[in-house]
Ligand binder design. Structure first.
Ligand SMILES: NC(=O)c1ccc[n+]([C@@H]2O[C@H](COP(=O)([O-])OP(=O)(O)OC[C@H]3O[C@@H](n4cnc5c(N)ncnc54)[C@H](OP(=O)(O)O)[C@@H]3O)[C@@H](O)[C@H]2O)c1
Length: 356
């Protein structure tokens, strides 16, 4: 049976993901990459043509097929057929569309091994972040996976490495508080820019914003209970990278040196002397895969402070959307081959950096 990976949506996450899957198809054990685009647009034609040239096949709804053909883009499948013939479907649509697609298309596509949705789709399935809860995935049982948002990846990676000793000290975390300083929009987006810093509501009574809430649920998949997580968010007038400021309280006294050792042994975390988001972003543009580095987080280690041995404070950069791309590829490979996916993922190694 062919191993077909289908991506729905060609936006900020979908477009680079389709490119990445096409580029590394053979190493990742994929036979065919297909993608769905909803709207035929002249402005998006160049992107669709490039993806077709890289070997991906296009699907769209029956009623939009003539629109794509009129603009010189040939769809190969209808939206439903493309989903039903796939091995794995990665939904990269925003704001509840993934949940709606689950209802309309995925729930009846019984031959598909599994479905993956992105950060905004809370409740879609088991939460997943590469390197955080791989051991919580159950082959044959977990068909719906929810790749957590880029900042939730970062926050969870900081907790797991610094407080939980890369998983070896699960009882060491007392509490963690985060301020997520978010870029206003992505360099690929026109809408949603902020002219000045803008604070966000604490919509979640218990966790503040969705970032800490999602991290709580992510750790719950491993039966780890960390009720004292809290996050706040502020949108900055920048398009480069999110930055987190963290304060973590732990049981076991530690030191900056020890924390840095925990970071150094985890190849998904990077250290940097750089202090600005544009410097880190620019490194990604020059050395990443089409501008993306895949590290979970980049830590400017000179900002790290440990007070009284048990209070760890610092800053870290969220590498644009690289960690969501990593977990999307990792979960696809896991669904295709739960025993061999770790080996397959070694193909992504060139885009992890110890130092940025
Ligand atoms: N942006 C980031 O840096 C980032 C990072 C991590 C996670 N995420 C998550 O990734 C997901 C996607 O975000 P994004 O920033 O990539 O969004 P985006 O740039 O707005 O792109 C959304 C894409 O989805 C398509 N689409 C929208 N509604 C659809 C529907 N009902 N059915 C089919 N296609 C639909 C659009 O297609 P058309 O152009 O055809 O309309 C567009 O290609 C969200 O869950 C978000 O939370 C985003």
């Amino acid at each position: 049976m062919s191993r077909i990976v289908h991506v729905i949506g060609t936006g900020t996450i979908g477009e680079p993901l389709i490119g990445l899957l096409c580029h590394l198809k053979d190493q990742l054990g994929i036979d065919e990459v297909t993608f769905n685009k909803r709207t035929p647009l002249y402005t998006d034609r160049s992107k669709v043509r490039t993806l077709l040239e890289r070997g991906a096949l296009l699907s769209t709804a029956e009623e939009t097929m003539p629109g794509f053909e009129k603009l010189g883009m040939r769809p190969s499948f209808t939206t439903r057929d493309a989903i039903e013939r796939s091995s794995v479907v990665i939904d990269c649509t925003p704001s509840g569309s993934g949940l709606a697609n689950k209802e309309e298309y995925f729930s009846s596509a019984n031959d598909v091994k599994g479905f993956i949705a992105q950060g905004s789709e809370f409740g879609f399935g088991k939460m997943y972040a590469r390197g955080i809860n791989d051991d919580a995935l159950v082959p044959g049982l977990d068909r719906y996976l929810h790749v957590v948002s880029c900042n939730t990846h970062n926050l969870a990676a900081i907790i797991k490495t610094m407080a939980l000793g890369n998983g070896e000290m699960p009882d060491n975390l007392v509490s963690a508080d985060f301020v997520c300083m978010r870029r206003a929009n992505d360099v690929s987006q026109d809408a949603g820019f902020s002219p000045s810093p803008q604070v966000c509501k604490h919509k979640d009574e218990r966790f503040g914003t969705h970032h800490a809430r999602d991290a709580y649920h992510l750790f719950q998949t491993q039966n780890l209970d960390y009720p004292r997580l809290f996050s706040s968010a502020v949108k900055l007038n920048s398009q480069y990278m999110h930055i987190l400021r963290f304060r973590i309280e732990v049981e076991e006294p530690t030191s900056t040196k020890q924390i840095l050792e925990r970071v150094r042994v985890n190849d998904r975390l990077a250290l940097t002397y750089k202090k600005s988001a544009n410097q880190v972003f620019s490194f990604g543009r020059d050395h990443g895969f089409f501008g993306r580095i895949l590290n979970q987080t980049v830590i400017p280690h000179e900002t790290l402070s440990v007070v009284n041995g048990t209070s760890i404070t610092g800053f870290c950069f969220t590498p644009q959307d690289g960690n969501s791309l990593l977990s999307s590829v990792a979960s696809s490979c896991w669904l295709l081959d739960p025993d061999g996916y770790e080996d397959r993922l070694q193909a992504l190694k060139p885009w992890f950096f110890e130092e940025v």
